[in-house]
Design a protein around this ligand. Structure first.
Ligand code: AMP
Length: 396
């Protein structure tokens, strides 16, 4: 993977269009979680210090080509300004005269946020004319929004073909971390895939068995694999119609020399609720009226051994219903173990996907992981081995 970074760009005096992810959670007109803003600050600061004019491009919500007032980025500008520690101007349009006037008024080092790119249908359609209008306000293009890179939109793909294009620092960090986990990893590579259903992760599992040395399957999706092997999973979450898919994945793994590790024991309960009455049982003793909500202590030991044997770990999805105690135990134990190994310099750990971030935060393991991706869809598509249009456009 080769792409240009800010180090390759001559930024001084240039109008730099920077695609960022400012799709932040908001309540009553106030930003309630600033994680995404914090992630793009290094790129903004670096361009500003180098004397570039930063013109931020972003989407907010899904206005579907209409100017929906509730999906304006206007309230986000002061939140960026506060964290950045310098003023951020706002233009009520992302193209046309309004945008041009605001960009023309900028001095070197200034920051301007343009209104929601998705106010125009051309954005999601990746209309070349729309991309051209966006590009008219810049000399250079920087993409710092990995989380939007799985979409071929005007501001993520079309524009990159029209201007010299560079990866921002956050995009660069993400691509380097992901590359070192699957493209050019230190082996053996262990993948942990958990979560609710096989159906949402078929492509991901198929890609991983061809790339990693060991694949540990946990969570509700493991039940489908266990059922495919003839284990009675009682009332557990299980996609019985996907047993053939599970068998196909196990066969593909065998061919590719990828070891698949399924749970060795189960924590079962009779209701999906916090502190529900539960029991740890062997796999051949799952009661017909109970459901498996976590893997048991024997499984945790096996996972730890597999972590010991690996040099690289890629993780998506929890081992159990981690939101309700005590069914968070395996997820917490495995996450903390991986975090310890990472801290000791023995393991590289890359994790991502919506619930995974929450699960690792819950385990207080996030800080010690090598890299945690907050990009939901883009991270999963990368795990599926798909090319991300926003990234390909930077490589061109
Ligand atoms: P995903 O978004 O596919 O990663 O799935 C995450 C969800 O899977 C979480 O909300 C967990 O509660 C749920 N989950 C994990 N293991 C189980 C299980 N054994 N039974 C039911 N739900 C589970």
């Amino acid at each position: 993977m080769s792409f240009k970074t800010l180090s390759d760009a001559d930024l001084s005096g240039k109008r730099v269009l920077v695609r960022v992810d400012l799709n932040v959670p908001m309540k009553d007109g106030k930003v309630t979680d600033t994680t995404r803003i914090e992630r793009v600050l290094p790129t903004i600061r670096e361009i500003s210090e180098a004397g570039g004019k930063i013109v931020l491009l972003a989407h907010f919500g899904r206005p579907k080509g209409e100017k929906v007032a509730e999906m304006s980025l206007a309230p986000v500008a002061p939140a960026v300004a506060e964290l950045l520690g310098k003023p951020v101007a706002f233009a009520q349009d992302c193209i046309g005269e309004t945008a041009k006037t605001a960009v023309d008024a900028m001095a070197n080092g200034d920051v301007l946020l343009l209104e929601n790119t998705r106010y125009y249908k051309g954005e999601e359609k990746n209309d070349p004319e729309f991309a051209k209008e966006l590009a008219a306000n810049g000399d250079l293009y920087v993409n710092d929004a990995f989380s939007a890179a799985h979409r071929a939109h005007g501001s993520t793909e079309g524009i990159a073909k029209l201007l010299p294009a560079f990866a921002g620092r956050t995009m660069q960090a993400e691509l380097e971390a992901l590359g070192s986990a699957l493209s050019t990893p230190v082996r053996p590579v262990l993948a942990v895939v958990g979560g609710a259903k096989v159906s949402s992760k078929i492509d991901l599992l198929e890609n991983l068995v061809s790339k990693v040395d060991i694949l540990v399957i946990g969570g509700g999706m493991a039940n489908t694999f266990m059922a495919a092997k003839g284990i009675n999973v009682g009332k557990s979450l299980c996609e019985h119609d996907l047993k053939d898919t599970a068998i196909r994945i196990m066969e593909a793994a065998e061919k590719a020399n990828c070891e698949i590790v399924l749970p060795a024991d189960a924590v079962v309960a009779w209701e999906f609720a916090a502190n529900a009455k539960n029991e740890t049982v062997a796999l051949d003793a799952i009661p017909a009226d109970a459901m498996m909500l976590d893997v048991g202590p024997v499984s945790i030991e096996v996972v730890k051994q597999k972590i010991d044997s690996a040099k690289t770990l890629v993780w998506n999805g929890p081992f159990g219903a981690f939101e309700i105690e005590p069914f968070d135990k395996a997820t917490v134990a495995a996450a903390q173990y991986a975090a310890e190994k990472t801290k000791a310099g023995l393991l590289k750990t890359v994790a991502g996907g919506g619930d995974t971030v929450a699960a690792l935060n819950h385990a207080k393991a996030s800080e010690d992981f090598s890299y945690i991706s907050t990009a939901g869809g883009a991270f999963l598509e990368w795990l599926e081995g798909k090319e991300l249009p926003g990234v390909v456009a930077l490589e061109a």
